[in-house]
Design a protein around this ligand. Structure first.
Ligand code: ZN
Length: 170
C-alpha cells in the first residue's frame, strides 16, 4: 500500500535523492576526517522550525553566521522530503552541541516544532525517519562503535523533540 502510494507520487529511494555531487563530497569527507579527528558520537538535532515548512542548508548557514559561526554548525541536514544534504565538512569540528563538538557529527532534520512555532514536536516525515536511519547506518559501517544521542541529552532543551538515544540504540 505504502509502496503504491510512493510510486504514484514518483518517489525515488532516498539514496538517489542525495545529489551525486553531495554524495561524492560525503565519501571524500568520510575518508578525510577518518585521518583527521576522532569521531565517537552522532548528535541528532532539529532545526526548531514549524511543522510543514521547508528550510535549506543555505537558510541554516545564514542563521548560524548571524550567531557568529564561520558557517553552518551541522554536518548533515535532512530535508522534509528525506534528501540528505552536506553542511559543514566532516573533517571540521562542528558547532552544534557544547562540550561535544570535537568528537561528534551533528545531524539536523528540518522541523521539530508544532505549527505554532513554539511547542516541541516530533515532526519528522516518514522520509526523514528513513533517511536518518539510513545515514546512521552508513556512518556505522565506517564507525561501528559510534554512539547516537539527541542534543537534549546534553543540554536543557527539547531538541530534537524525540528520544534519539532510545530510537537509534543498536
Ligand atoms: Zn540541537
Amino acid at each position: 500500500m505504502r509502496g503504491e502510494r510512493r510510486e504514484e507520487r514518483g518517489h525515488f529511494s532516498h539514496l538517489s535523492l542525495l545529489a551525486p555531487l553531495a554524495y561524492a563530497s560525503f565519501i571524500e569527507e568520510l575518508t578525510l576526517f577518518y585521518s583527521m579527528r576522532r569521531i565517537d558520537e552522532i548528535i541528532i538535532h532539529c532545526s526548531a522550525t514549524p511543522e510543514g515548512r521547508d528550510y535549506t542548508v543555505a537558510d541554516i548557514t545564514r542563521w548560524h553566521m548571524a550567531k557568529g559561526f564561520r558557517t553552518i554548525g551541522y554536518h548533515f541536514v535532512i530535508y522534509r522530503d528525506g534528501s540528505i544534504h552536506v553542511g559543514r565538512p566532516l573533517a571540521q569540528v562542528g558547532a552544534h552541541c557544547r562540550g561535544h563538538n570535537a568528537h561528534s557529527i551533528g545531524v539536523c532534520y528540518i522541523g521539530g516544532l508544532a505549527v505554532d512555532g513554539r511547542t516541541p514536536c516530533d515532526t519528522r516525515t516518514t522520509a526523514q525517519k528513513e533517511s536518518l536511519q539510513h545515514l546512521i547506518q552508513v556512518l556505522r559501517v565506517r564507525f561501528p562503535r559510534i554512539a547516537v544521542h539527541g542534543h537534549r541529552d546534553y543540554a536543557p532543551k527539547a531538541c530534537p523533540s524525540f528520544d534519539a538515544t532510545a530510537e537509534y540504540q543498536i
